[in-house]
Every structure is written in C-alpha cells, then in structure tokens.
Design a protein around this ligand. Structure first.
Ligand SMILES: *[C@@H]1O[C@H](CO)[C@@H](O)[C@H](O)[C@H]1NC(C)=O
Ligand SMILES: *[C@@H]1O[C@H](CO)[C@@H](O)[C@H](O)[C@H]1NC(C)=O
Length: 539
C-alpha cells in the first residue's frame, strides 16, 4: 500500500540525514556532537567532562550574579531565579564543535549575527511552563584567558573554554534607557529555546544546515528531567490527510478544511489550536491537552465533525479512547485555519456557541507560534498567528456566543486586546495568565476539562480557576457589550429549577433545528451567492 511505501521512504530519509550529519564530523576536531546521540539527548559511549563543566559553570555563575546589575532580565526576576533549586533546572546543550560553527536563532531575531560559536548551553529554570518563558543562554568559545575576561566571559581553566552571556540585540542600551517602560524586560529576555544550526558550508545540504544541534540533556546529574518529546520522525515534516492527499506532499494551501454549516440547523462548534513550533518545544503533553479538551466538548454533545483540531505539523490522527482517531490538521496551514474560523463567523445561523481553545508557544505580544515550516528557527508571517489576525477573523462574528480559552504564556495580552471591543460584542476571552505571566503545567486546561459545565456559566468556571491555579493569575476580558453569560454549549446558566437533561438536549446541546421561517430566509439569501450554497448544502 502506498502509505507503507511513504513510511519506509521517510525512515530511509531519516537515515540519509543521519549519514549526512555524521559526514560532517570529519571536519570537526572533537567528536562531541557525534557522541551526543543526535535524536535523544543522551551521550553515546563515555560522557565528556567538557560539557558537564559548561553546565556547572553556567549554573554557578547564574546563582552568584549580582542581580542589581544584570542585563538579561529584571533584578526581581533574577532574584527569583536564584531561589530555584538546581534539580528544577533542565539543561540544553549544543556540544563542542572544535571550530566556530554554530549560529543561534530565536523566533524573533538571529541571536548571532556575524559571530559564530563552538558550543551553546541553555539553562531552563521553568521546564513546566509553556514557551515563551525565560531561559539563560551562554555561548562557548575556546580562546585565551585574557580575551575571555576582556569580553566579560567566564573562563574554564581545564579546557580553556570561555562562556559568555547571550543577549538580545539593543537590550543593554534599552535596559539603561527605558527602565520605566511597561514590561520592557520581558521584551529583552530570551524567552524561547533557540535553534542551533551549523553555519552554512558550500558543500553542505539544506537538511544538514537545518539540523538543530541543541538537545535537552537527559540524565545530567543533579538537574531535572527532560520533557517527553514526540518521535523524531513524527515531528519532521508536514503530515497531511493521507487519504485525500495521496502521495502528494502537502503545501500550505493544499489542505482545505471542510466547514460544516447546514441550512436547517445551528450547531455548537469548536476549533482547537496547538502550534508547537518545533519538536523541542512541542512535547507530548500538548497532544494530551487537545485530547482532554476534545473529550470535554464531546461530553457536552459537540458533534465530532464540528470539532476541528489544528496541531503543530499535523498528525495521522488524535487517539480518543472509545472513538475512532480524530482527524488532525497541521497548525502550520495557517490559511486553512484562518479560513475555517472566518467561514464559521461569516455564515449566518451556522454556529450557536463557538469555542476556541488555544495552547501554543507564544511571543510576549500574545501572538501564537504555529510551526517552523522552513526549520530556520525564525518566525515568518506565515508561521505566526498574530493577535491582530485573530481579532480580524472574529470581528462581527455571526455565532451567538464566542468563548475563547487561552492556556499559553502572556495570554493576558490576547485577552486585553478584546476588552470593550465594539467589533467583538459577543466574544469573551478567558486567559490562564496575565499579560506578563507564563502558563504553567497545563493547569488552566486541566481546570476547564475537569469542571462540570452542565449548569455553570463559562464566566463562573473561569472565576473558580482563580482558587485553583498555583502559579499564575487568570483573567477574563470581553467585547463591548459584556453579555456572554452562558454555558460552554450556549445555554442560559444557573437556571432555577435547573434544566433537565432532556430539556438541555432538546434546546441547547449539540445541534438545533432552525425555525422554518429562518431557514427559508437563509435559503433565499444564499441563493444569491452560489458559493455559499455549496458550503451550506454539503457535509
Ligand atoms: C570520538 O569517538 C570515538 C567513539 O565513537 C572515541 O573512541 C574517540 O576517542 C572520540 N574522540 C575524541 C577526540 O573524543
Ligand atoms: C454535573 O452536574 C450535574 C448536576 O448539576 C449532574 O447531574 C451531572 O452528573 C454532573 N456531571 C458530572 C460529569 O459530574
């Protein structure tokens, strides 16, 4: 069968990549990068003491900093960092290359410009928080002691390696000038796991150039555990619907999402978005969150076909106990994602309660990172879903109610942008953290999926989360009218006496027939636009 062939092919391609990567090694005087297993972050054979020294030196340095005089974050954050036990940190490392070869990328800028480095160490003090969150990045270069100390580096005598702090561009000056600007330090922080590539060589192939050498270091004594990642092969290329796309590779416009809007009925619908960005930042827990949110919606009779899931580079399906695997679209297909939301919002009498769940890595302006399609580590327009775009897609939405649940860092940024918006009167945004806070440990998602939504307003469910979250402060914001006080499936809440299950089923859960007069009107209106007819009658 064809997908069998494709599977074998992709495994072969995987081998080819490993071969290409190992072929680089002869250029390198030390073979650390070969000995750090390319896929899984453990050392093959004996562990080198060199990189252990880097990690120890970096950690000691951070712990002994004078926080009043730092440039990578605020004094307050720096002091908080120094209270975190070593066992809570995790370490990522790009091992010693021997020659200056590494370039380092963040989603919003190239961290290295003309300079390249021989090693990179990243200390992650908040491994249970979503990205973005603060990480401390050091470059490593083999050089003379005086040269190192001149650059404010930290010198390691045993190896003559020099560690220097990686800082974002213009931040040192910005910190001196703008100390009163709101959240300026958040903008200066490196709050994303960088991508570390080898500098382009004439002879190297693209896949070689785009290999990310930075790996979470498993089983490093004294430090915390690395997150569970998806198998390398699953997180490599875009995965499209195998049945429809046949053997063709998918392009960003290829995958179309079938939007259900029927003439005779109005339904509750949901869109679940989990971008992931790349393998290192999209551990398996994000898939679990999607499955949990999906199951919760199914409990309140959202129809399977009315829950659309957009996930990272895609997946062959999402496993749900007791159901067939649910179809998953790649979040990388931003146009398809946006078009689906727009269609739901522009088709009259299509949606009663529209629920949007967001669980992506995010930038400090609130935008969601989808997937690094070209693997260059930089976030281009087609790889980011901005707050502005999201607001456009939801403006004057024809759904009766729009509930947005955001479990990602800086979620308050997104919520705040909807406050009193005249174009979003029926939209309410629930954020698991404030505009300058991180989202930790999936706790906001867990609150939503374990709550009983039968009678409670979403507003009330959110209020209850304030007592439940250990790490961050949830906030809710809504459009001008401030009128969304319904359950997640769009029923009036806290009715006395409560609706019976039968009443809920008849009047609110899942789909409801439209009154004849309404659908005739809808039919007549749609007869004017053939396109609309097509989307309306199909499905
Ligand atoms: C390189 O790795 C091999 C094992 O794969 C080892 O025998 C050799 O000593 C290593 N060389 C250096 C310089 O570490
Ligand atoms: C939710 O609450 C309703 C009563 O308000 C109850 O009938 C129902 O069993 C509860 N559901 C769950 C899953 O606990």
């Amino acid at each position: 069968m064809w997908w069998h062939r494709e599977h074998i092919l992709s495994i072969l391609l995987g081998f080819v990549q490993i071969l290409i990567v190992s072929a680089v090694v002869p250029f390198i005087t030390d073979n650390s990068s070969e000995r750090l297993s390319l896929e899984e972050g453990s050392w093959v054979g004996t562990e080198t003491s060199r990189e252990v020294q880097w990690a120890e030196t970096a950690f000691r340095h951070v712990m002994s900093l004078d926080c009043k005089n730092v440039f990578f974050t605020t004094a307050k954050e720096c002091e908080a960092l120094q209270t975190i036990p070593k066992s809570s940190f995790i370490v990522h490392v790009a091992p010693f290359t021997g020659s200056s070869e590494y370039i380092v990328m963040l989603p919003d800028e190239k961290l290295t410009r003309k300079d390249t480095h021989q090693g990179v160490v990243v200390l992650d003090p908040y491994p249970s928080a979503n990205f973005g969150h603060l990480v401390v990045v050091f470059y490593v270069d083999n050089k003379r002691r005086e040269k190192c100390l001149n650059k404010n580096g930290i010198y390691i005598d045993s190896s003559s390696d020099c560690l220097t702090f990686a800082l974002k561009r213009r931040c040192k000056n910005a910190i001196k000038r703008n100390t009163k600007r709101k959240h300026w330090a958040r903008r200066c922080e490196i709050n994303f796991l960088p991508v570390v590539n080898l500098k382009h060589r004439k002879r190297s192939s693209v896949s070689d150039k785009r290999y990310n050498y930075l790996k979470c270091w498993k089983d490093l004594k004294g430090y915390g555990n690395c997150p569970d990642l998806r198998p390398e092969i699953d997180a490599k290329d875009l995965i499209c619907n195998p049945i429809r796309d046949n053997t063709k590779r998918c392009s960003t416009t290829h995958e179309m999402v079938h939007t259900n809007c029927k003439i005779f009925e109005i339904c509750d619908q949901a869109v679940l978005i989990s971008g992931g960005w790349n393998r290192e930042t999209s551990g398996v827990r994000f898939k679990h969150n999607l499955a949990a949110f999906y199951r919760m919606l199914r409990q309140y009779n959202f129809k399977k076909s009315n829950i659309k899931i957009f996930y990272a580079n895609g997946a062959s399906g999402l496993n749900i106990p007791g159901e067939h695997a649910h179809q998953v679209h790649p979040a990388a297909m931003k146009l398809a994602l946006r078009y689906h939301i727009q269609t739901l919002c522009r088709s009259p009498h299509c949606v009663n309660s529209l629920v949007i769940y967001m669980n992506s890595p995010s930038k400090n302006d609130g935008s969601s990172l989808l997937w690094d399609v070209d693997k260059d580590g930089l976030a281009s327009n087609s790889e980011v879903y901005t707050v502005k775009e999201f607001k456009e897609d939801l403006s004057h939405c024809t759904a009766n109610y729009v509930h947005v649940v955001v479990d990602q860092s800086f979620a308050g940024q997104l919520a705040d942008s909807f406050r009193n918006s005249p174009n979003h009167r029926n939209v309410i945004v629930f954020a698991g953290s404030k505009d300058n806070e991180y989202a930790y440990d999936d706790e906001y998602t867990r609150h939503w999926v374990t709550s009983n939504h039968t009678q409670d307003c979403t507003w009330h469910i959110h209020q209850q989360s304030k007592n439940n979250l250990k790490h961050s402060s949830p906030e809710a914001q809504e459009g001008e009218k401030g009128e969304v006080r319904t359950t997640i499936f769009g029923a009036p809440c806290n009715v006395i006496p409560p609706f019976t299950h039968r009443e809920l089923r008849r009047d609110y859960l899942g789909c409801q027939p439209l009154p004849t007069a309404v659908w005739i009107k809808k039919l007549l209106a749609s007869a004017k636009g053939i396109d609309f007819m097509k989307t309306s009658w199909s499905g």
